[in-house]
Design a protein around this ligand. Structure first.
Ligand code: GLN
Length: 543
C-alpha cells in the first residue's frame, strides 16, 4: 500500500489549534473508511518532552510504549481512537543524534555532513519507516512551531522534497492560519494569512488547503481574498470557527467540503462518510442535563495546559454521565497557611489530586485529601495523588510522621519510597517507570466493578511507589489495595470501602480515556459525585 502524506503547518502564531486540525483531517478520512495515523514533529533540540517543564510547555503525554511526548499526540489518540507509538513524535534532537552517531561510526567517511542532504534524508527515512510499519492510507504530519521559525526549516525542506519525489497526489500541504477581527466594524483580516503563506512559498511549499481559525465563519470576501493572494482554489479555503467542543471540528470542516476536496486531491476513492457514531459522541458533550463541579487541587502555576489529559478524561466521564463539567483549580498552598481555607472544598461535588513532582505544595494536597476523606467527599487521586492519599491515611492511623521520601528523605515512616530499580538511575531522560503495564484487579472491589475485567493495561510515569513494608499495616487499618502490578510487587489502586468514593491509582488512566470510552476511574469518580448529589446512599456501580 502506498501511504500518502498530508503535512500540516501553521502560520501567524502558535496555539491556534493545529493539533485539532490535524486530528480532524484524520477523522474526516477515517469516517470514510480510510486507515490513518498521525505524526507530530517538534523542532526543538530535546530528544523528547520528558525533561521539559509542563508549566512552560504543556502536559507531557505518555504513550502505550512508554514515550514521554508532546501533548498533541494525545489529541490525535482521542480523536482517532488509536494508540500512537512514541516514534511518531519526531524532534530535531532525535534526528541530529542519529546523524551524528552515523558520522562517528564512519558511515559518511570522506563526506562533509550537512543539513541538506544528511539531516533531510534522515527525516525522510524516518517518515518512510513510519509509512512502512503502519500500513495506512494516509499519514498526517503536523509540523510544530510557526512557519518562519529557523528550527523547523529542515523539516519543511524534507516535506518539500517528498512531494517532488513521491508525486503531487501522494504528498499534500495544509496550512492553518489565524484570521483576526480587530476593529469595531468586525472586518476579518486576511493579511497575516497572506504573509505566512508567502513565507511558506519562499521555502518552496505551495499549500493545497488553507484552514483559517477565526471566531466566526469566513465571509465571502475574505475567503476570496485568501484564495487569490495565497494561490489556492476558493473551495480549498476552510474555516475552523469557535465551537462548543473541539470534537465538533471535524464535522464542521467536512460540512464545508473538506473531505471531498481531500480525497479528490489525494486521488483516493470518493466515499460517503459515516458520521453517525461521532455525531452521537459530540451530542453527549453539547447538551447535558446535569452538572458536576470538581475541584482540582494543585499549584496555580500548573493550571490547565499541564493537565490537558486529566481535563479531557473528566470531560469524557461527565459527558457519558449526561452532565456538564465545571472545574476549579484550587491552590493547595492556601491550605497550608490556614486550615479554615479547606472549607472551600465543600462547594464541590468531588476533589481530584493529580500527578506531580517535588515537595512544594504537597502538605496542602495531603490536607485536601484528608479533608475529603473526613467529610466523605468523593475523591480521586492520580499518581502523586495516590501516593499522598497513602501518606494522609497513614498519618490518620498513628504513623504521624509518614511521608514520601521524594518530599522528606529522612522521614521515619517512609510509606512512599523510591522504587528499588530507580536507585542507580542517573540519567533523567526516559528513565521513570513508563508506559503501559499489566494490572491485576481483585475480585469484589470497586475497581472490578468499574473495569468489568480482572486484567487491564494502564500507562505509568513515576519513580516512587508504596513501600511494601507498610502494605500490611495499611490493609489492616482498612485501606484496600484492589489492584497490583502483573508481578504482584506493586500496588496500583487503593480504595476505602467505608467511604462514598475514595479511590486512587498509581497509574494515569487519563492517557487512555477517549470521548465515548471514558477511563473507568474517572467515570467512577464523576458517577459517584452525581449519585451522592442526587442523594443515593451508595454509587450505583457499587451495589
Ligand atoms: N513524583 C511521583 C513519582 O515520581 C509521582 C509522579 C507522577 O505523579 N507522575 O513517583
Amino acid at each position: 500500500m502506498v501511504t500518502k502524506f498530508t503535512f500540516v503547518s501553521g502560520g501567524v502564531m502558535s496555539g491556534i489549534g493545529k493539533g485539532v486540525t490535524t486530528a480532524s483531517l484524520g477523522k474526516i478520512l477515517q469516517v470514510r473508511g480510510f486507515k490513518v495515523t498521525a505524526v507530530k514533529i517538534d523542532p526543538y533540540l530535546n530528544v523528547d518532552a520528558g525533561t521539559m517543564n509542563p508549566i512552560a510547555h504543556g502536559e507531557v503525554f505518555v504513550t502505550e510504549d512508554g514515550g514521554e511526548i508532546d501533548m498533541d499526540i494525545g489529541t490525535y489518540e482521542r480523536f482517532l481512537d488509536i494508540n500512537i507509538p512514541k516514534d511518531h513524535n519526531m524532534t530535531t534532537g532525535q534526528v541530529y543524534l542519529s546523524v551524528i552517531d552515523q558520522e562517528r561510526r564512519g558511515d559518511f567517511l570522506g563526506k562533509c555532513v550537512q543539513i541538506i542532504p544528511h539531516i533531510t534524508d534522515e527525516i525522510k527515512r524516518r517518515m518512510g519507516e513510519i509509512a512502512a510499519r503502519n500500513n495506512v492510507d494516509v499519514a498526517l504530519v503536523e509540523i510544530g512551531g510557526t512557519v518562519g521559525d529557523i528550527e523547523s526549516l529542515p523539516f519543511l525542506e524534507a516535506a518539500r522534497q517528498m512531494r517532488l519525489e513521491q508525486g503531487h497526489e501522494n504528498v499534500i500541504y495544509a496550512h492553518v492560519t489565524l484570521v483576526p477581527v480587530v476593529d469595531v466594524v468586525g472586518e476579518q483580516k486576511t493579511k497575516p494569512t497572506q504573509h505566512s503563506v508567502q513565507e511558506l512559498r519562499r521555502i518552496g511549499i505551495q499549500p493545497d488547503i488553507i484552514v483559517a481559525r477565526s471566531k466566526k465563519p469566513l465571509l465571502t470576501d475574505p475567503k476570496r481574498k485568501i484564495a487569490l493572494f495565497c494561490n489556492v482554489e476558493e473551495r480549498a479555503v476552510f474555516t475552523s470557527p469557535d465551537l462548543k467542543t473541539v470534537y465538533e471540528t471535524p464535522l464542521v470542516l467536512d460540512q464545508q467540503g473538506l473531505g471531498d476536496y481531500l480525497t479528490e486531491r489525494l486521488k483516493l476513492q470518493k466515499r460517503k462518510p459515516d458520521w453517525s457514531s461521532w455525531e452521537k459522541t459530540v451530542n453527549s458533550f453539547v447538551s447535558p442535563e446535569h452538572e458536576v463541579k470538581i475541584a482540582i487541587c494543585g499549584k496555580y502555576a500548573e493550571l490547565a495546559d499541564s493537565y490537558v489529559s486529566v481535563n479531557e478524561a473528566l470531560r469524557h466521564a461527565a459527558a457519558s454521565c449526561n452532565s456538564r463539567l465545571s472545574i476549579d483549580w484550587i491552590e493547595t498552598e492556601t491550605f497550608e497557611d490556614k486550615e479554615a481555607n479547606l472549607q472551600t472544598l465543600l462547594r464541590f461535588d468531588g476533589v481530584l489530586v493529580p500527578g506531580g513532582f517535588g515537595a512544594r505544595g504537597t502538605e496542602g494536597k495531603i490536607a485536601a485529601i484528608n479533608y475529603a476523606r473526613l467529610k466523605d467527599l468523593p475523591f480521586l487521586g492520580i499518581c502523586l495523588g495516590f501516593q499522598l492519599a497513602i501518606v494522609a491515611f497513614a498519618r490518620s492511623i498513628g504513623l504521624e510522621a509518614a511521608n514520601s521520601t521524594e518530599i522528606d528523605s529522612d522521614s521515619p515512616n517512609p510509606v512512599i519510597d523510591l522504587m528499588p530499580e530507580q536507585r542507580e538511575v542517573g540519567y533523567k531522560g526516559a528513565t521513570m517507570r513508563l508506559g503501559a503495564h499489566e494490572i491485576i484487579i481483585s475480585q469484589g472491589t470497586i475497581a472490578e466493578k468499574l473495569y468489568r475485567a480482572r486484567r487491564v493495561y494502564e500507562r505509568h510515569r513515576h519513580r516512587y511507589e508504596l513501600n511494601p513494608k507498610y502494605a500490611d499495616q495499611l490493609t489492616k487499618a482498612g485501606m484496600v489495595f484492589s489492584a497490583k502490578s502483573g508481578d504482584a510487587r506493586r500496588m496500583e489502586i487503593l480504595e476505602l470501602h467505608d467511604k462514598y468514593f475514595h479511590f486512587a491509582t498509581q497509574f494515569h488512566g487519563e492517557f487512555k480515556s477517549r470521548p465515548s470510552k471514558p477511563s473507568p476511574p474517572y467515570y467512577g469518580f464523576i458517577k459517584a459525585c452525581l449519585d451522592r448529589k442526587q442523594g443515593k446512599t451508595k454509587p450505583e456501580f457499587w451495589k
